[in-house]
Structure formats: structure tokens, C-alpha cells
Design a protein around this ligand. Structure first.
Ligand code: ARG
Length: 231
């Protein structure tokens, strides 16, 4: 029997690491995955006529997941980098970010990336923050499965600093960390987030780009942006 026809619901399997508020995190009450990326990918799916199914996984498993086709797309605050472009296709950028530093409130010795030389730094495995921290002279870099664990290690005093994406650092401090921690440093470099799809899936990347343009034109993107980041 045919699976074609008007009643067919196309499913878009989307991988994310839902420990990255406000982009993706689990709502404590509803247990749903929420955040800017989650709203955006659902809106994109709707625009394209797909039902979006979210799969929560480790960040460093997302690109392998695309490569073995267990997921169709990644919406996970993933920075578009040259190294990743060798393995996957990215959509156009949908968000501008950059890396900053989180230290304890009473730390006045670390004010910028230069001050991290010789220091203990916590990062999330597989991220741009991890890659940049490893370039810092004499730094001892400790890699954690997710960003919340890196923040916990800072709180516990196991490291001097966390290097991670600026909007996530700011959200962490605003939501729960302001008694213990603060962000310092100008963003190390501009980073842009894109949605990733498998290398051979240029068709899906094209559809996502088109839908993203449409959401920017019809005001939907703006609505989602304001919901999570304010004006
Ligand atoms: N933007 C950084 C990167 O691409 C960190 C992304 C981490 N995302 C997440 N959902 N944990 O490497």
C-alpha cells in the first residue's frame, strides 16, 4: 500500500542537547523540550509541512547522528565552523553568539581570555568553547558532557572558569547563578548558529533556508526572538 497522499505526515527528527538554556532545555513541569531553538525548529517544520520530533542526546553525538541518519537535523545552538562544514551542511545563520567566561563572583583575577593562561577551565565536550580553551597557554581544560555540569564544577570550586556561549552564560547567571558567578570578557570571536543536516541532504538544507526566510518575513522569527531574549 502507498504511503503517499494528503494524509501522510512527514516527520522531521531533530537532535538537540537540551542542557543549553535559553536555546534548548527541559521544562521541569511539562517535561517538554523548550527554548529558542525548539520554538524555531517547530515553526520551521510547520512552515515546511513536517511534524518535528525532538531527540535529546549528547552534543558530541549530534553530528555522528546525522552521519548515520538517526536524526535529520540538529537544532542545538551549533556554531557554523569550517571544521564542521567538512562533515555536515548548515543552513544560513539564525543567531549571532560568541564565547565569554564565567567565574565566581569574588574572582577579580580573571577579567579576559588572556587571564586564563595557566588556569583550570571547565567546558562542554565537543564545543567551540572546548576548542578555544585548549588553545590557551598552560590551561588545564576539563571537559564535561553538558554545560550545566561545567557550571556545577565552577560552583564546587573544581575549576577557575567556564568558557561557554555568551547568551547561555548570561541566562545561567540571570536564572540561578547570580549569587555565585558572573560573566567577564568581551566575546572571543563572533560565532553564528546554524541548523545542521547531513552532508548529502542539500535538499533539506534548502527547504530550511527557504522556511527561515519566510519566518523572517512574516514576523514569526521576531516573535520567537522577543519571547526568549526580549527586545
Ligand atoms: N555554540 C557552541 C558550539 O557549537 C556550543 C553549543 C552547545 N549546544 C548545546 N546544546 N549544548 O560548539
Amino acid at each position: 500500500c502507498s504511503k503517499e497522499g494528503a494524509s501522510t505526515v512527514k516527520v522531521l527528527k531533530v537532535g538537540t542537547d537540551a542542557g543549553f538554556a535559553p536555546f534548548e532545555f527541559q521544562d521541569e513541569k511539562s517535561k517538554e523540550y523548550v527554548g529558542f531553538d525548539m520554538d524555531l525548529i517547530k515553526a520551521l517544520g510547520k512552515q515546511m509541512g513536517y511534524e518535528v520530533q525532538i531527540q535529546n542526546m549528547n552534543f558530541d553525538g549530534l553530528i555522528p547522528g546525522l552521519e548515520v541518519n538517526s536524526i535529520d537535523a540538529v537544532a542545538s545552538g551549533m556554531t557554523i565552523t569550517e571544521a564542521r562544514k567538512q562533515k555536515v551542511n548548515f543552513t544560513k545563520p539564525y543567531y549571532q553568539a560568541g564565547l565569554t567566561i564565567v567565574v565566581k563572583n569574588d574572582n577579580n583575577a580573571i577579567k579576559n581570555f588572556k587571564d586564563l593562561e595557566g588556569k583550570k577551565i571547565a567546558v562542554q565536550i565537543g564545543t567551540t568553547g572546548a576548542a578555544e580553551a585548549k588553545k590557551i597557554k598552560d590551561a588545564q581544560v576539563r571537559e564535561f558532557n553538558n554545560a550545566p555540569e561545567a557550571f556545577m564544577e565552577l560552583k564546587a570550586g573544581g575549576v577557575d572558569a567556564v568558557v561557554n556561549d555568551k547568551p547561555v552564560n548570561e541566562y545561567y547567571i540571570a536564572q540561578s547563578g547570580s549569587k555565585d558567578a558572573k560573566t567577564v570578557g568581551e566575546p572571543l570571536q563572533a560565532e553564528e548558529y546554524g541548523i545542521a543536516v547531513a552532508k548529502k541532504n542539500t535538499e533539506l538544507a534548502g527547504k530550511l533556508d527557504k522556511a527561515l526566510d519566510e519566518l523572517k518575513k512574516n514576523g514569526e522569527y521576531e516573535k520567537i526572538y522577543v519571547k526568549w531574549f526580549g527586545k
